[in-house]
Each structure stands twice: as structure tokens, then as C-alpha cells.
Write a protein that binds this ligand. Sequence first.
Ligand code: ADP
Length: 170
Amino acid sequence: MAFLKVVKDDITTITVDAVVNAANNSLLGGGGVDGAIHRAAGPELLAACRPLGGCETGNAVLTAAFRLPCRYVIHTVGPIWSGGSNNEAGALASCYHHCLQLADRHAVVSIAFPAISCGVYGFPIYPAAKIAVESVMDYCSQTHCSIKSVLFVCFGDEVKMAYEGALKQV
Ligand code: ADP
């Protein structure tokens, strides 16, 4: 089973094998954590994303990390919150699942997640944190999973509290 940890930090400064980017469907960069990751990784990241032709909501793709202090960036596209009855929870769980599956296939040992969908996309942080923790526990309890360390990187105190609460519940 992997070790799960909550930290308050800027994800672009974290040294792990893979960082997850909360991207949009175009994969061509945006605001929030996406903008920060592209700025820190350098223009090579956009050049690596462009030929991928986008990514569907709930899915994930992997690129090199260029100037970031890690090996890979895993770009996933979270759901836009529209009240909760539009399979937002299922789509968010699918993001975590696909990121972990890709990481596992690339023999990633340590991975850092931002709070996918919890910024501009408006997913409420408490249910989102519960989905994040449960999805990771679910995936990493598989016997052959390469991932040994999962960091939930929070940009603010409320986000951190939500993750700490979700971790205590499981
Ligand atoms: P989304 O469009 O999926 O909602 P956002 O980037 O708007 O993505 O926000 C996702 C989460 O990432 C929010 O909690 C936001 O505060 C956080 N965030 C923004 N910049 C960073 C960063 N540099 N490191 C870690 N988290 C960040």
C-alpha cells in the first residue's frame, strides 16, 4: 500500500517521479495549476502536448516534464461542476484512476496530485478530497502497483483541511 500525505505547497516545486496537471480538453495550457506547470516546465511542454490532439474529460495523458524537478507530467482533464448530477463524481474518480494507471505503467514510485477540478472548474473541495483519497487507496491497494508515495499538494488551508479530513475518514 502506498503512503499518502497532504502538503501545502506549489506543485511546480515538488520533487517526485510524476506531477499531475489539472489540464483542459485542448491540453494547450490555461490558468491555475495548468498555467503554473507550463510556465515552470518551459515551452517544450506545450510543444509536447500539441501533437497529442487533446484529452477527454476523465482521461489522462503523459509527457516528459522538461524543466520541472520530476520525470513526467500526467495531464488529466477534470469535470466542470454543474450541480453534481452530471456524473461529476464518476468523472473525477476516473481522472485519478487513469493518472495512477499511467503512472504505474511507467514504473512511477512517487506522484503528486493537485486538487483536480477544485479551482476554476468549481468542484466542491470536501467531496472532491474524499474521491481523491478513496480513488488512490483503491488503486494502490492492488498488489503489483509501482506507486509507493502519493502527495496531495494543496494551495490553501481550506483545501488542506479537506484532504486531512478525508484521510482521517478512511
Ligand atoms: P481546475 O480547472 O481543474 O479547477 P485549477 O487550476 O483552476 O484547475 O485549480 C485546481 C486546484 O489547484 C485549486 O485548488 C487551485 O488552488 C490549485 N492550484 C493552483 N495553482 C497551483 C499550484 N501552483 N500548485 C498546487 N496547486 C495549485
